[in-house]
Design a protein around this ligand. Sequence first.
Ligand code: ATP
Ligand code: MG
Length: 350
Amino acid sequence: FRNLLNVRFSPHKKMNIFFGENAQGKTNILESIWLLSGKKSFRGAKDREMVNFKRDFFKVQSKFIKDEREQEISVFYDNEKKFLINGVETKNLGEVNAKFSAVVFSPSDISLVGDGPSVRREFLDNAILSIYPAYEKVLKNYQKAVAQRNNSLKDLRFHSEIEFVLDAFENSIANYGFLIIKYRNRYVDLLNEFAPTIFSEITRKKEILKLEYCTTVGATIDDFRTQLRESRESDMFTLKTSVGPHRDNLEVLINGVSARNYGSQGQKRTASISIKLSEGEVIEKVTSCRPIILLDDIMSELDPERQNYILNQIKNKQVFLTCCDPSNIVNLKKGKVFKVENGKTQRVKI
Ligand code: ATP
Ligand code: MG
């Protein structure tokens, strides 16, 4: 797998740290574990790019414990990706994810709090998808209806008689859109059961984190339909649908103000980490499957208190963490440490 050839390690139940210089294979290790969850590379890599330059396949295999028994999962790629769970092949990625789930946090994930609303909508949708597979259909139908409405807006300028076509598309938009908002609100409620506590534990200050789903849509499906009808005239010029969950935002508030607009780098980072760790808690609450936590290169920009939380206080989860500078991990109380060098791992005592 990438530059990792015949790497084999036996991780600690709780904390596992992979440290080493740049370009040695630390992130590759997390990426390989992540693939076992049935998802695509979190670095946006294509499957074939993860095949070692000198080979024509990759293979990642792991034993893991679920439902109190040891099980085995592997992913094999040679032009096509195949999963084997306890010796039985499956192409159903949902089934893979239900067996082996993970949450990953990499440095670019600070954008979760710092960037525009579309990043947070995407986060919400992906997080919901991984626990409620039925949501996929709702999203697709909604997106299709919006695309159809946008397309028809073009014609409306010259053919006012097609208003009834728009009625039909707007009806679908309102129905599916309303469902999306329901799913997202429910999910944000779930996140709020965990994120504020995790955030205050990490910061050990009286900073308060709150997540708020802000929608452009009125309180009922009928309101939504009316909004769509009333925006036809202006939407006709932009050829876009100006109202709906595709324009909504997940507000991240620290002490009541927008973290995106007012938060420091460290606050944004801590808020994003708290949200991701809460995603793990929500997976566990809803599916009773305990996800693995993958943390890529997050230590160097955190202050010692926050580092200590990451190293020693993440509860009830198996964590895999990478970092360059071993001085960031000297306060580790329980766990295993591996040095990564040129695609090889070696356990070391710290
Ligand atoms: P950093 O500290 O900079 O994040 P890292 O240890 O996380 O470094 P990785 O991203 O895990 O580094 O690994 C990068 C190395 O893997 C690079 O040297 C790269 O050339 C090598 N690599 C990436 N893809 C492949 C591949 N398909 N085949 C062989 N080597 C690869
Ligand atoms: Mg890396």
